[in-house]
Structure formats: C-alpha cells, structure tokens
Design a protein. Structure first.
Length: 147
C-alpha cells in the first residue's frame, strides 16, 4: 500500500494531538484573561485605578489578546494564532528585556520578590507554549500519511 493510496487508513492521533494542544493553550489563556479581569476588579487587594497607567494598559491589551486566543484556539481560527504569537513573544520581551520598565513603579505597589521571580516562570511558560503551538501547526500542515 503506497502513501498516496486513497484506501490507506491514516492514524487520527496527529489531529487529536493538535486539538489537545490548542485546547490546553486556550484554557491557559482563558485563565490569563480571568487574571486580568480580576486585576481590573481589584481582587489583588489594590485599587486598579491607582496602578500605573502602563500596568492598566497592559492589562487591557493582554485581556483582549487572551480572549482572542482562548476563543480562537477552540475554533482553530487563524487570527487567534497571530494573537497568540503577539501575546507570547511580547510578554517574553516584557519579562526579560524590559523587566526593569515593568517593575519600575512606586514603592507602595511595587511587586514583591516572589512576584518578580514569577516573571521567570511566565517566560518559561511562553517558551513552552510557543514550542507546542509550532508543533501543532506542523502536525496540521504535514501531508496525510506522514508520521
């Protein structure tokens, strides 16, 4: 049986893996959207309107991106893939190259040492999620019958 034979059965596992990856990333980004809404509603124990404008702007921007990714990855919608890479890559830059800009705020709302170290785990999360999405996109694009 040749790979081009139309009667050849193709294993469904790659499409299941792709679906699982997109679902997993969608759930994480839905959680991210929840965190941004929680920030805006003051659930962190501080008044969001008292936060620096840059933090407020980032909350709004990443809430929008997180929602596009969360909903779009459920439907494997192309604009969601663009939003995902925009969100992930920009956050990696913010938490590494521009880290001092992010944490340069008045002392009364300055992030704790734990919160600052949490940024490292977010960088790792985004690197892993980028690798998973690239894998999913590769599995979706490969010719049928290839493993």
């Amino acid at each position: 049986m040749s790979p081009s034979d139309p009667t050849r059965r193709v294993s469904p596992w790659p499409s299941r893996v792709v679906r699982a990856i997109f679902l997993l990333i969608a759930l994480f980004y839905a959680y991210g959207a929840f965190v941004h809404v929680s920030n805006m509603l003051g659930f962190r124990g501080t008044d969001w309107l008292g936060w620096p404008l840059k933090w407020q702007a980032l909350d709004v921007i990443y809430l929008a991106l997180d929602l596009v990714v969360a909903v779009g990855f459920l439907w494997i919608w192309r604009p969601a893939i663009i939003a995902f890479f925009a969100a992930a890559l920009s956050q990696i830059l913010l938490y590494t190259v521009f880290r001092s800009w992010i944490i340069d705020v008045p002392p009364e709302i300055a992030p704790s040492a734990e919160e600052v170290s949490y940024l490292n785990s977010l960088v790792g999360f985004h690197l892993v999620s980028i690798a998973l999405v690239i894998l999913a996109l590769w599995l979706r694009r490969r010719p049928a019958g290839c493993v």
